[in-house]
Design a protein around this ligand. Structure first.
Ligand SMILES: [Zn+2]
Ligand SMILES: [Zn+2]
Length: 209
């Protein structure tokens, strides 16, 4: 593991890498890797890691304002800003209070990342994979191989698009890239998403109930 893993050459590797620089969070990569793989730390899902990435980003944004906060307040502020159960009125009050304390909260909220960004950053930019579990089911092996190719395609498309956008060669703001592999059963003309086909053990027209 080298330092500055969020960088490839002089440019940030992706949105996550760019934000790590912007908010001075370069150290977070090592923690993301360890926790995702469950090495020296409890194995943690991408969903939870994404939340924690965003909370660190929020903490950095608060640190740049004139505000004192206690430890648990980061969690609570993040919840108030993102939880579906919180009313828009409450959110507006939170933003107003933070803006009074010179926190660029709208900028920080715009910078919050999605699960897919963190997943692509881990698997694509940092080239991390989960340690192999003991299951030697050939279906799982094939699924894993194809999914990592899909994720690689997403990561490459994402970074290439981002570069073209930053050079003003294509007009797009924030975006997410998705790659699906679909399989058409010629017997019954049903189209299956590959992951579902593998999980189901084949096409329903061939699999006995
Ligand atoms: Zn990245
Ligand atoms: Zn079929």
């Amino acid at each position: 593991m080298t330092e500055n893993m969020g960088e490839v050459g002089g440019d940030p590797c992706c949105k996550a890498g760019r934000l790590e620089r912007k908010y001075d969070l370069m150290q977070i990569d090592e923690e993301l890797i360890a926790r995702w793989r469950g090495e020296g730390a409890e194995e943690t899902s991408v969903r939870v890691l994404t939340e924690e990435f965003n909370k660190e980003l929020l903490r950095a944004a608060l640190d740049r304002g004139d505000i004192n906060y206690f430890e648990g307040e980061i969690d609570n502020t993040y919840r108030l800003l993102t939880d579906d159960d919180v009313t828009e009125g409450v959110r507006i009050n939170v933003r107003r209070a933070l803006k009074r304390a010179n926190v660029d909260i709208e900028g920080a909220e715009d910078d919050f990342v999605s699960h897919q960004t963190i997943y692509n950053h881990l698997t694509g930019c940092l080239d991390v994979s989960k340690p192999q579990k003991e299951s030697k089911d050939p279906v799982d092996t094939v699924a894993g191989e194809i999914f990592s190719l899909q994720n690689r395609t997403v990561a490459v498309a994402d970074s290439k698009l981002e570069r073209l956008r930053d050079q003003n060669r294509i007009a797009i703001d924030e975006f997410d890239v998705f790659v699906d592999v679909n399989v058409l059963c010629k017997h019954c003309q049903t189209q299956h998403e590959l992951g579902r086909l593998l999980r189901n053990g084949g096409c329903t027209c061939q699999v006995e109930e």
